[in-house]
Write a protein that binds this ligand. Structure first.
Ligand SMILES: Cc1cc2nc3c(=O)[nH]c(=O)nc-3n(C[C@H](O)[C@H](O)[C@H](O)COP(=O)(O)O)c2cc1C
Length: 243
């Protein structure tokens, strides 16, 4: 390609990293990742994200356990929690009309965009990482551990550091299904079945944790069971999704 776009290439090569060398992330790397996160877009420039960097090893261990015993969180040199935060703004604007579901969507979107900026920056530096949606497995306890006030809640975590092991790149849904033109079209069954076969070959061939599984088997595991039914009452208690 005439204009090599190394960012686009790096993003296309993304893999989640869950094994880290014991090397700390250097202050320069840390500054670069923070600068990238800080530069993320923000809906209406509300800046409703707060990032809590967990440096206390015992707190990190507790978060790993609360996230479903994801011990790579405890082992990661860096673990950040991206929190939705209207608390700071409400202090500045005491009559803020909060509690709208749209505000919940704004906060989750902003947090995710900032997290992706951080992960992409980390990957561009040769670091690797993985998100931790698992922090929502015990969201009340995580919320309390982080000392989050009303109008805030933990959205997702990000563990990162120097990779000790990289998975093979996981095939994604093909372009014709993922990207559509002008109007929604149903995904052709044959194309989904072909993708299932491709994923089955990936799972069988990968070096770590190979298994005879298709993509749709994983979907069934996730979609056929009730998920975190305590989230809505928790969010309402924190002042979100009230109307
Ligand atoms: C919002 C979000 C939350 C995630 N939470 C977890 C998690 O708790 N634990 C984990 O091991 N991976 C987690 N992942 C990583 C996905 O499992 C991973 O991105 C997916 O399997 C694709 O693999 P890849 O990132 O290596 O391409 C999460 C990803 C996203 C986007």
């Amino acid at each position: 390609m005439a204009n090599e776009n190394t960012v686009a290439e790096a993003l296309a090569r993304h893999v989640s990293v869950r094994d880290f060398t014991p090397d700390p992330v250097t202050p320069e790397e840390l500054r670069a990742v923070m600068a990238a996160a800080r530069g993320a877009s923000s809906s209406c420039f509300l800046q409703v994200t707060t990032v809590i960097r967990v440096t206390d090893e015992e707190e990190k261990r507790q978060l790993a356990v609360l996230s479903g015993n994801q011990m790579h969180i405890a082992a990661a040199p860096e673990f950040w929690v991206f929190c939705a935060d209207y608390h700071r703004n409400a202090a500045l604007v005491p009559d803020s009309d909060l509690g709208w579901t749209e505000q919940l969507m704004v906060a989750c979107t902003d947090a995710a965009i900032m997290a992706q900026a951080a992960l992409s920056a980390a990957e561009s530096l040769g670091l690797g990482g993985v998100y931790a949606g698992g922090i929502r497995n015990h969201i009340e306890e995580v919320d309390a551990l982080l000392g989050l006030p009303k109008d805030t809640f933990p959205v997702l975590g990000l563990a990162f550091g120097h990779p000790a092991y990289r998975n093979e790149v996981k095939p994604r849904l093909p372009d014709g299904i993922l990207f559509q033109e002008n109007r929604y079209t149903e995904a052709p069954k044959a194309a989904l079945e072909a993708y299932d076969r491709e994923m089955n070959a990936y799972y069988l061939a990968r070096r770590r944790n190979p298994r005879d599984e298709r993509w749709s088997d994983g979907l069934k595991r996730i979609l056929l069971r009730e998920r975190r039914q305590f989230i809505l009452p928790f969010l309402r208690k924190k002042g979100f999704a009230l109307k």
